[in-house]
Design a binder for this molecule. Sequence first.
Ligand SMILES: N[C@@H](CCC(=O)N[C@@H](CS)C(=O)NCC(=O)O)C(=O)O
Length: 196
Amino acid sequence: MALTLIGSYTSPFVRKIRLLLWNDESVQFRPLNYFEEVGNKVLRETSPFNQLPILMDGEQPIYETRVMYNYIAKKQNLRPLTINEENILSAIDAIISSGVNLFSLKKGGMNIDDESNYYLVRQKLRIPTLLKFVTPWAAKQHPETDWNYLTMSMVALVDWIEFREVYSLKDFPELKSFRERFTNCPGVVDTNIPKA
Ligand SMILES: N[C@@H](CCC(=O)N[C@@H](CS)C(=O)NCC(=O)O)C(=O)O
């Protein structure tokens, strides 16, 4: 059955799934920009979650990247993730989610540097804490042997967090060098976040 991935060119969650499906030429990518009125309307009508990405297998919608991954992994007979790998994936997704929340609040006009705001403080603290948690794992990954959903997710995270200036990676040189090592993996350059 033909898969269609609906998503934007900037979303890190979309990019993870684009990279996972990169070598499958039967997959159609349908770009959608929900920052524009038309895209926003289409997204609301297509997903009750009102979030990207959405994966369609024929008429069957699949929401949530974790569920998409499990669905694709089963189809592609990928080895199940270990608990430690699941934890790394959860950490990467949680960093991205906190980043997306902060970005959305800022876009909505909120001062995200307000230190008296309990919610903001917790969202902001989670990012460096989890970056520290994933760094020893990231430092050990090599493009020849470890190009998989976790490293794809990490590439998407590093590029997006810098693109949206949500958090500076200046204190995480290992993550910068991780990103450089994986530049030539399939689909990475082609899915780079467009400059403008
Ligand atoms: N847990 C979701 C998160 C998806 C998500 O946050 N997508 C963002 C784009 S990066 C989005 O659609 N944001 C719009 C919104 O939440 O209103 C997943 O893994 O698919």
